[in-house]
Design a binder for this molecule. Structure first.
Ligand code: ADP
Length: 229
């Protein structure tokens, strides 16, 4: 959960990246990589998509990524990173992954439609799997139903969240409200209106209207944010 927000596209400046599938996700990744100074080849089987992105990427080619000989001819094996951003067609996504592993690409990312697609991709050799729709759906659900203003969850149910300071913390220092002992969450920072975020110390006082940055188990953060133990 939350992987899209935690796994960085940790590429070195100037790395070459092959982005396969120029739909909404692939084109957004490709554009960001270009902005970050990478050499990006976008590839799509749809000529209109290729034309749309041709002058915004370093290269854009029309090809079927499931065909190993075609990919070999295009020099796909020379890229340091590849991203399979084919969402809807799981067979095409996994076949493309097979081709990329056959070509020996060292860093392959796959955008998976759901958990099962992601599991299969991992088993078949993907180095990283992202599930943006599922992750964002879960994130939005937390934001809608809970008292969390912003929230990043890591794989193991551990999260960092921004919340309105619950009333139990008002007019007290963090030492006095004993947030960590009572609730099992750590206040990392506190923000008061018109001031910057301050790193929290035991002496930091909290007033109504303050925002807190917390870290801890997601469930405990939710309980703390709702003012219950
Ligand atoms: P998104 O949800 O990010 O918009 P889509 O699944 O709609 O993603 O887009 C995937 C893109 O992948 C489409 O532009 C489609 O033409 C392309 N695509 C699908 N199959 C292949 C393939 N075998 N080779 C190359 N591109 C493909």
């Amino acid at each position: 959960m939350g992987r899209i927000f935690t796994e960085q596209f940790a590429f070195s400046a100037g790395d070459s990246v092959l982005v396969i599938g120029l739909g909404r996700f692939g084109s957004a990744v490709a554009q960001s990589l270009v902005r970050l100074g990478h050499d990006v080849m976008g590839l799509d089987s749809d000529s209109e998509r290729v034309q749309l992105w041709a002058d915004k990427l370093t290269h854009a080619v029309q090809a079927d990524s499931t065909k190993e000989n075609v990919m070999l001819q295009l020099g796909a094996a020379d890229f340091s990173h590849a991203i399979v951003a084919i969402g809807g067609d799981i067979a095409a996504s996994l076949l493309t992954l097979m081709v990329l592993t056959e070509l020996g690409i060292k860093d392959i990312w796959v955008k998976a439609l759901d958990h099962d697609h992601g599991q299969l991709a991992k088993k078949m050799g993907a180095h990283h799997v992202v599930t943006p729709e599922a992750d964002m759906g879960e994130r939005v659900a937390h934001l809608i139903t809970g008292r969390l203003i912003d929230f990043i969850e890591f794989d193991d149910g551990f999260a960092i969240a921004k919340i309105h300071a619950p009333s139990i913390t008002h007019h007290k220092t963090l030492m006095e409200s004993r947030v960590r002992e009572q609730f099992g969450v750590t206040v990392v920072g506190v923000k008061r209106t018109n001031t910057d975020f301050q790193h929290a110390t035991p002496e930091t006082s909290v007033e109504p209207g303050d925002l807190l940055i917390l870290s801890g188990p997601t469930r405990k953060i939710e309980l703390f944010a709702s003012g219950t133990q």
